[in-house]
Design a protein around this ligand. Structure first.
Ligand code: IMP
Ligand code: MG
Length: 222
């Protein structure tokens, strides 16, 4: 049997964690400043699976069904908005059994300790070969909407074959973006109230992105 020194045999997953095992609890990053869990690992994984299935179905249909799909399928570009979408995109991609490529874009909107968007600014080069491609923009959260609106605009300038956006969370706040919600993001994991959340890629002042759940922080931590 092939077995790595610290891994599991090839083809085998780690055994599921026992939530009552004190050692398992210790393996979690200890963040006492967490106030409340909105979505657990399990809830997130279930929803990511559903979103990936919807995306695959729609992309396959867009590409003309299974046969036509073979020629077109390499034209799918997944575009995670860094850094917040990193964790979500990594999970989503691995649930999408399609031939696709990755094109990253970095956008800054909540610098440092800010709790409200300061307006979106593209802070990296955009992939320059999006003409004729089917682009899927992926982000952690839709808040003011400025980030996705901006990325959709600049992607659109390259004349892609199609553009869609998938966000894990959508916040219930008035949007600054001019586009209506259903044109900003066609795929939404969860709708949440107007609260500042961290974990699963979302940060406060650069921290908590590695927390595997989506949580709120105690007021004194902000
Ligand atoms: P928008 O441009 O206002 O829609 O902001 C989107 C970006 O702001 C997201 O990609 C996040 O990086 C960040 N953001 C918005 N709300 C939150 C939050 O509650 N926690 C952490 N980051 C957030
Ligand atoms: Mg972001």
């Amino acid at each position: 049997m092939l077995c790595g020194r610290i891994g599991y045999p090839l083809g085998m997953n780690a055994p599921p964690r026992d939530p009552h095992d004190p050692m398992a609890a210790k393996a979690q990053p200890p963040f006492p400043e967490i106030e409340r869990t909105l979505y657990t690992r399990e809830a997130i994984a279930g929803r990511v699976h559903e979103l990936a299935a919807m995306l695959c179905e729609d992309l396959r249909a867009e590409l003309g069904g299974d046969k036509a799909c073979r020629a077109e399928v390499g034209k799918i570009v997944i575009m995670p908005i860094m850094s917040g979408a990193m964790v979500f995109a990594a999970d989503l991609l691995r649930e999408m059994p399609l031939k696709l490529s990755l094109g990253l874009v970095a956008v800054s909107s909540y610098p440092g300790k800010s709790l409200a968007s300061k307006g979106a600014v593209i802070s990296s080069e955009l992939p320059s070969d999006l003409g004729g491609k089917h682009v899927v923009i992926v982000d952690d959260i839709l808040d003011s909407g400025q980030t996705i609106e901006l990325v959709r605009q600049i992607v659109g300038e390259q004349k892609p074959a199609s553009v869609r956006a998938c966000v894990m969370l959508r916040k219930d706040v008035p949007r600054v973006a001019k586009m209506p919600d259903d044109q900003l993001a066609e795929y939404v994991g969860f709708d949440i109230p107007d609260e500042f959340v961290v974990g699963y890629g979302l940060d406060y002042n650069g921290y908590y992105r590695n927390h595997p759940e989506i949580v709120t922080l105690k007021r004194e931590a902000l």
